[in-house]
Design a protein around this ligand. Structure first.
Ligand SMILES: *[C@@H]1O[C@H](CO)[C@@H](O)[C@H](O)[C@H]1NC(C)=O
Length: 319
């Protein structure tokens, strides 16, 4: 509510100012009030321009008239079926790279943009921020993103799609097999603390993204997490408080299950990832740029309490 009032008065002030200055300044102020572009990366089982995502984009365009919004499509130019399939099947590193290429080729984004990742899509945006980031992300918001992995597969929806059932069966057959690691997207962020050695030796995507590759051989040369995240203006990982889809739900805030006891959770501030600042989370936090936010609902319930739109008002669309 406060955000909305502040925003309204701010808009009012700038339009009033524009009306009483000279024509040159008016042109300048029109340029200055252009909203920063936004990139969205959808989640598992969704497509770039599904009904849900399109509605969300429409709401954002109503809030910020003229804002440029791009929703990442993998594979680019693919059919909705191919897109849904790519959410389950594929090499996560290659999908991350294809996002890097896609965003680098959009002129509207060339001065930087805010980015919003839904669930699994947040990991790909983190890949972008840490390994590519050209043009740069300013504010990064992730909703229900399993930043520190999942210790159990994401359950298939009811009724389940065949793609989801088949992917789940393949995953159960050996999540840490070489095949699964390079062909199943969920395997790329499957991190079961009870099988941490297997994770360290076979996983590359999440392990390297979180800087845990340095634990592999002690040389500190493997998997440093790229340039990390400390370059962001703000990082806003959002956790769904009633999330029963991601295990553990707190992975959205970089929590994990304890290595020895799955009934215990290790909070972000107790993770080496944070205390040793492997990917810049501690730096961001100390600079007041890490904002661990909450939404009240189940996984990807963006509407309850107007949660997502309130975060959009606060973190998206700056000049
Ligand atoms: C995925 O693709 C990358 C880039 O082509 C490759 O280096 C890697 O070995 C593949 N597999 C995994 C598990 O990342």
């Amino acid at each position: 509510m406060i955000t909305r009032i502040l925003l309204a008065s701010c808009l009012w002030t700038s339009s009033l100012a524009a009306s009483i200055v000279s024509r040159d300044q008016l042109v300048l102020s029109t340029i200055e009030t252009k909203h920063r572009p936004l990139v969205i990366w959808h989640g598992l089982g969704d497509t770039a321009l599904s009904d849900g995502i399109s509605e969300f984009i429409d709401d954002i365009k109503t809030l910020y008239p003229g804002i440029y919004v791009h929703s990442v499509q993998v594979p680019e130019g693919g059919t909705p079926d191919e897109e849904k399939k790519a959410g389950f099947y594929g090499n996560a590193t290659e999908q991350g790279e294809s996002g890097c290429e896609q965003l680098a080729n959009i002129p509207e984004l060339s001065n930087g943009f805010d980015a919003m990742g839904f669930s699994q899509g947040g990991l790909f945006l983190r890949y972008y921020a840490q390994y590519c980031n050209d043009p740069p992300i300013k504010n990064l918001i992730t909703f229900g993103t399993p930043h520190y992995g999942i210790a159990a597969l994401i359950p298939c929806p009811t009724p389940p799609s065949l793609t989801c059932l088949l992917a789940a069966r393949a995953a159960r057959a050996g999540i840490y097999s070489t095949w699964a690691q390079s062909h199943l997207v969920q395997a790329a962020y499957f991190r079961d603390p009870a099988r941490f050695d297997e994770f360290l030796s076979t996983n590359t995507f999440l392990r390297n993204l979180n800087g845990e590759g340095r634990l592999v051989d002690g040389s500190g040369q493997v998997g440093q997490g790229g340039q990390g995240l400390s370059h962001l203006e703000n990082f806003i990982p959002v956790m769904f408080d009633a999330d029963r889809t991601v295990s553990p739900a707190q992975s959205a805030h970089f929590w994990t299950y304890d290595f020895d006891d799955k009934t215990l959770l290790v909070p972000i501030e107790k993770q080496k990832l944070y205390t040793q600042d492997w990917i810049g989370l501690k730096s961001l936090d100390e600079a007041g740029k890490l904002h661990l936010e909450h939404c009240p609902g189940e996984h990807m319930d963006l509407g309850t309490g107007d949660c997502a739109m309130n975060l959009v008002k606060k973190w998206v669309g700056d000049m």
